[in-house]
Design a protein around this ligand. Structure first.
Ligand code: CA
Ligand code: CA
Length: 381
């Protein structure tokens, strides 16, 4: 039957084809496994992720600063795009806890230099595998704990404006025992900030040799976060020191969602203060709080009355409100949020004020109790 022939032939073809396909499959599997061996058997260098924790970011700059100027074997390919590279053998010694100095040679040219910072910048935030915590060796116990501080503890937000805050590390009684570099992030609440940038202080205490430093700051719009890092470059720490690191410039949204009382406006996060061998020193951080952002017009609607108003500088005035029970505390703030000393006496429904002799202008009265906050504009002439 003519129609049976092709079926018979097909069966023969299958008998031949099956072992051939199986053989080809095994060859393919063998070749695939061979090509994957480096992935399975050893770490690979992702250019920019120097500490190999799964992400390229500001902490990696600390590792670069600690090894700048060192030489070692070149990689097979000199390349700094976000693709895994084999680790060349022969680099020594290694970072804590253990990974090769070859990771700091991000572009693989055999020299750890400023060019390797470009790999961190161009691959910033890129991830591979599972992200692990940045781990540093611990600095031997110290007497002082340096403070990271934004100059003021509390501010009033000026909507639609740029506000600037100097960031200092340490103080006369909180010196940094061994300073080599610092990485930290500034977190802002969602909806408050358009963007932020960091201006590092010129000719700083942390670059006394004047041979330049590694600097990087990076605004993450989605995360409302500013990453910052500075590192010295000469493998020599500054001893017993402190000072200003730089100024953070923050562009405030035109229309910030209203809130009463205080909110953590800027918090320090992921702070890594290290010496020249990447030992980490504990740091105290102080968040910058913001007072309620209710507009000055809305402040007038608060249910309290001031007599007389406006009031003369250095004069007396009193506040009447049914919401006052005499258990409150009162603050007088200038328009930039700075607290002005004022004498106040409280009784139920009334607060008497003896105003200081201050320049004429608009001031803010902030009256706080355990469960409520009254904020009101005070015009002084
Ligand atoms: Ca990293
Ligand atoms: Ca290099």
């Amino acid at each position: 039957m003519p129609s049976g022939k092709p079926i018979h032939l097909n069966c023969n073809q299958n008998r031949l084809l099956k072992p051939m396909l199986e053989f080809a499959r095994k060859i393919f599997l063998f070749l695939f496994l061979m090509s994957s061996l480096p992935l399975l058997g050893q770490d690979l260098i992702w250019p920019g992720d120097i500490n190999n924790n799964g992400v390229a970011d500001n902490k990696d700059v600390l590792y670069l600063g600690a090894t700048l100027g060192l030489f070692g074997p070149e990689r097979d390919s000199i390349y700094d795009f976000w693709e895994p590279q084999n680790v060349p053998s022969g680099w020594a010694p290694s970072f804590y806890p253990y990974f090769d100095f070859a990771f700091a040679d991000c572009n693989g040219d055999g020299f750890i230099s400023d060019e390797d910072l470009n790999a961190i910048i161009q691959n910033y935030g890129f991830e591979h595998g599972i992200i692990e915590e940045d781990s540093f060796d611990i600095f031997p116990s110290t007497v002082s704990q340096p403070i990271l501080f934004a100059g003021e503890e509390s501010i009033l937000l000026n909507e639609g404006s740029t506000m600037s805050f100097p960031v200092t590390l340490g103080g006369t009684t909180n010196v940094v025992d061994e300073y080599y570099g610092i990485a930290f992030s500034l977190n802002f609440p969602p909806g408050f900030v358009v963007s932020a940038e960091f201006e590092f202080t010129d000719t700083t205490w942390f670059d006394a040799e004047g041979d330049g430093s590694l600097y990087l700051s990076r605004w993450d719009d989605e995360g409302n976060r500013l990453d910052i890092v500075h590192s010295k470059r000469n493998q020599t720490p500054a001893l017993g020191t402190w000072g200003e690191i730089g100024i953070v410039h923050v562009v405030i949204e035109d229309d910030v969602p209203g809130f009463a009382g205080e909110i953590d406006f800027m918090t320090f996060d992921q702070t890594y203060l290290v010496n020249h061998v990447l030992q980490r020193q504990n740091t105290i951080t102080i968040p910058l709080k913001a007072q309620g952002t209710t507009s000055l017009e809305e402040l007038q609607k608060t249910s309290l009355d001031i007599y007389p108003h406006p009031v003369g500088a250095g004069k007396n005035c009193y506040i009447l409100s049914e919401q006052i029970n005499g258990q409150e505390t009162l603050k007088l703030l200038d328009i930039s949020g700075r607290e002005i000393p004022v004498e106040a006496s409280f009784e139920s429904g009334r607060i008497d004020l003896q105003l200081p002799d201050v320049p004429p202008g608009v001031y803010i009265l902030s009256i706080q109790s355990e469960n409520k906050s009254l904020i009101h504009k005070l015009s002084i002439h």
